[in-house]
Design a binder for this molecule. Sequence first.
Ligand SMILES: [Zn+2]
Length: 169
Amino acid sequence: MAPLDPPPEAIYESIEVAEAHIQQWAEAHGYATVRKTSVCDKRGEIRKIWVICDKGGKIRSIKPPVPATADQQQGETKPRKAGSRKTGCEFTLTITRTSEIQWEVAIITATHNHEPSVNASTHPTHRKLTTNEENVVNAMIERTAKPRDILLALKQLNPYTHYYRTGSG
Ligand SMILES: [Zn+2]
């Protein structure tokens, strides 16, 4: 598995499945994807979406570039603005509806202009729990369940869960 590989140009039965597969693929390859824009048909249903790297887009940071090593040392403790993460990466793909039950993935720009993430869980995109997962966690916390049991429950719900224990307990 090479880092930063683009996902396969496959056909999926729904846009949700296509997006989910792409996000899982990206996470496994050291990057994260976000939906950029979408176009709808006359009925107001999504016809095509553009998905980009989460480091894509305009570089908003006005700070001069610092060497990667110094940046990493400082970056651990203080929170960084979302804008400072961007590198202007041009990785882009589209998911296009080709029929009622076919969504086709096409890679527009396959390359990234940055190194893969060492730890995929640092991506804010991947730290988000789904509403369903949050409900499970909250319900179990109310019953004073152990973190380990919560994690097990989430894994049953979704093998790709992004619930991580925080703290040292
Ligand atoms: Zn990228």
